[in-house]
Write a protein that binds this ligand. Structure first.
Ligand code: IPM
Ligand code: MG
Length: 361
């Protein structure tokens, strides 16, 4: 039987991005070699703030077309101390997500075996959420401008965009995700009491699409109250859908409540599969620890597992997560999780677990 080869474009980017992506490639390659059920071919793209400083561009001409030749994109992080954040974000990450219509940003959160939540009485299993972030418009639509720059009467606008088209597609994706999980419950996060146009459309479309999903319970929550519920009643939440900015904020809180931002993964999906989807750890460039070899590679491993799931390699994805959790449970943890292990020690241990799994076959 011939095995499928998945072509993965890697963009390590800035800060700890190159360290964790290199750990991710090591683990993925080992998994593919050990299981023998699929193959991976990596192509590396050096698009970063360094490239930008040298060439004036994050993405060279024709770069997006090259990316489209791949089945998936594995992304590290972007952001440098000497480049304004809005330039790096719009130059690289959003310059990929938006044209490639990766409109569904998926952020699963749970407490991995061997890690703990800062919440009292919250063990693995008590917190198991998927946050779906609208990833193409909303508060990140890039609409707005500045006039009278530098004058006391300077003004700036930042307009959030909510289109029926984009709200409908993200709601449909969110209901489908909720339906695929045992509890079949979707919490629609809103702020329609204060944001009386876009967010009211958001709520109305959620209710309309919800009619197609009679088996999924539709639960509504204002974003401010949602933060309290996440901290006080984590077990009452399952699948969540929120606007670009609301979900950005809620997902950092979610990662912290689950133990560390060093373990949290993200998928930027084009559910139509016309374009490759992009997978990245949630954490940023982390300059305080860049180059020290102590970054937590677990977020990238979990991200790699999400990528394998999307590529249809669900058994391999499960084995990868099993190996990662066994290593965490054994107490080999990086600093963000209260341990002393290095990136390399965690990576080597995960590779050993993968090889043990392979020996069982
Ligand atoms: C995220 C990040 C980005 C965002 C930053 C780096 C601009 O926080 O992916 O959540 O706000 O989208
Ligand atoms: Mg964020």
């Amino acid at each position: 039987m011939s095995v499928k080869t998945h072509r993965v474009a890697t963009i390590p980017g800035d800060g700890i991005g190159p360290e964790v992506i290199s750990a991710g490639i090591t683990v993925l390659q080992n998994l593919a070699d050990t299981l023998g059920t699929f193959k991976l071919e990596f192509a590396h793209f050096d698009w970063s703030s360094e490239t930008y400083k040298k060439t004036g561009k994050y993405i060279p001409d024709g770069g997006l077309d090259e990316l489209k030749e791949h089945d998936a994109i594995l992304f590290g992080s972007v952001g440098a101390p000497d480049v304004p954040d809005h330039i790096s974000l719009w130059g690289l990450r959003l310059a990929i997500c938006q044209p490639l219509q990766q409109y569904a940003n998926v952020r699963p959160t749970r407490i991995l075996r061997g890690t703990s939540s800062p919440l009292r009485n919250c063990s693995p299993g008590d917190l198991d959420w998927v946050i779906i972030r609208e990833n193409s418009e909303g508060e990140y639509a890039g609409q707005g401008g500045r006039s009278h720059i530098g004058q006391p009467w300077e003004v700036a606008t930042e307009t959030a965009i909510f289109s029926r088209y984009a709200v409908e597609r993200i709601m449909r994706f969110a209901f489908e995700t909720a339906r695929s999980r045992p509890r079949k419950m979707l919490t629609v996060v809103s702020k329609s009491n204060a944001q009386r146009n876009g967010m009211v459309l958001w709520d109305e479309v959620a209710a309309e699409v919800g009619k197609e999903f009679a088996d999924v319970k539709l639960d509504k929550m204002l974003v401010d109250a949602m933060t309290a519920r996440m901290a006080l009643k984590p077990g009452s939440i399952d699948t969540v859908v929120a606007s670009n900015l609301h979900a950005d904020i809620l997902s950092d809180l979610a990662a912290a409540l689950a133990g560390s931002i060093g373990i949290a993964p993200t998928s930027n999906l084009d559910p139509t599969r016309k374009n490759p989807s992009m997978f990245e750890p949630i954490h940023g460039s982390a300059f305080d620890i860049t180059g020290k070899g102590v970054a937590n590679p677990v977020a990238t491993f979990w991200t790699a597992a999400e990528m394998l799931n999307w590529l249809g390699e669900t058994a391999a994805a499960q084995k990868l997560m099993q190996s990662v959790e066994t290593v965490c449970e054994g107490g080999l943890l990086t600093g963000d999780l209260g341990g002393k292990a290095t990136t390399k020690e965690v990576t080597d241990a995960v590779v050993r677990e993968i090889q043990k799994l392979g020996a069982g076959h």
